[in-house]
Design a protein around this ligand. Structure first.
Ligand SMILES: *Cc1c(COP(=O)(O)O)cnc(C)c1O
Length: 366
């Protein structure tokens, strides 16, 4: 039976004045809305998912023996809710997030949450907190939704959990770029990998981020904004960034991205950009990309543009590439290349409801 979420309104929500202040400059991931979603899964006795509820946002209590605190069974999703001109609130391809959460759950031996329950959880939270969805036309602001699930069974032993907790929290978000997208510089992490063959690179799990952070910091120490990770066995092929997929626009009209070999997170932005390629007269190509091809390509002009993509930043131009002992010539100019900017605007206009949703990608929440 489908989950329902019993609602208890927050008795002391953030005041409208304070909320307006927050929405004027939300940053990213700093402020949470008034409510949250919670549901529990219990194995045995035919229980499955139950106890769905919407409650006031607040701290939660779990056992110090909870599996997630020891062995890290934790998976998550990230998507954005946008207000359209008529006041309605929409999100982008949430069915794909639901399917990916299910795939992550299978890999991490957590229970799968049915798509209809996932969609309903987003709807209930956004309906309760709709005042937190930034206004139409307010730059690139959105309400970022963070569904996540973790093993909450109190048991210090390694086996599949018999209890899991699913939650959704929401946080208003501004564009990470002030005054339009600016190209970032990447550090080639040669010492650190974020995923290995047979590992969890294709699952959206918290542990991947914990392990990628060291490479990210190494990049920061070398004056870079983010790190790009290579395949862990040969350090030859480009995988992706810590939290974004990567694309190359080539001189011969191709839109190239590393193929999904199990170590790359299958981004929904990535998938959508591959489908949009034809609108830009580009041939999408998923294949292995050597880091050397990147270095040589930007030097020779065979690669015209490089960009990263993901829900949080949508599309980010990549202007520089550095590694231990070298750097590639800059690409992208001041605001990124023409194709990069075109794809970014195309996605954003669809998400904000400024153009017709010809792909049927948008899903109304409120
Ligand atoms: C979430 C994520 C992405 C981007 O996925 P989207 O569905 O486009 O937001 C890319 N790489 C990693 C490692 C991620 O966790």
């Amino acid at each position: 039976m489908a989950l329902s979420f019993a609602a208890t309104s927050n008795p002391s929500p953030v005041s409208p004045e304070r909320r307006a202040e927050i929405l004027a400059a939300p940053g990213f991931g700093q402020f949470m809305t008034d409510h949250m979603i919670r549901a529990t899964w219990t194995d045995g006795e035919g229980e499955g998912w139950h106890s769905g509820e919407l409650t006031a946002y607040g701290n939660i209590s779990i056992s110090p023996a909870a599996s997630v605190l020891h062995y890290a069974p934790e998976i998550f999703e990230g998507l954005k809710a946008y207000r359209h001109e008529d006041g309605s609130v929409w999100t982008f391809r949430p069915d794909k997030n639901a399917e990916r959460l299910q795939a992550s759950a299978r890999r991490m031996v957590l229970p799968e949450l049915p798509t209809e329950d996932f969609l309903e959880s987003l709807r209930v939270l956004v309906e309760a907190d709709q005042a937190w969805v930034p206004a139409y036309g307010d730059g690139e602001k959105s309400l970022y939704l963070r569904p996540f699930m973790f093993g909450s069974q109190a048991f210090i032993g390694l086996k599949p959990v018999n209890e899991a907790t699913y939650m959704v929290i929401a946080s208003p978000a501004a564009s990470i770029f002030k005054g339009g997208p600016k190209p970032i510089t990447l550090w080639v992490a040669e010492q650190y990998a974020r995923a290995g063959a047979g590992g969890t690179g294709a699952a959206k799990c918290g542990g991947n981020y914990a392990s990628a952070l060291r490479g990210q910091l190494e990049g920061a120490e070398n004056g870079c904004d983010q790190a790009v990770f290579l395949d862990s066995s040969t350090h030859t092929y480009v995988d992706e960034l810590g939290g974004m997929n990567v694309f190359f626009v080539t001189k011969d009209g191709k839109l190239v991205t590393p193929e999904l070999t199990g170590t790359i997170l299958p981004g929904i932005t990535r998938m959508s950009i591959l489908e949009l390629a034809k609108e830009f007269d580009l041939t999408p190509e998923e294949r292995k990309v050597e880091i050397q091809e990147w270095k040589d390509g930007v030097a020779s002009g065979d690669i015209l543009e490089v960009f990263a993509c993901g829900t949080a930043a949508i599309v980010t131009p990549i202007g520089g590439l550095k590694w231990q002992g070298g750097e590639a010539p800059p690409t992208a100019g001041e605001h990124g290349g023409e194709v990069t900017r075109g794809i970014r605007e195309r996605l954003l206009s669809l998400q904000q409801g400024r153009t017709e949703d010809s792909y049927g990608w948008m899903h109304r929440l409120v």
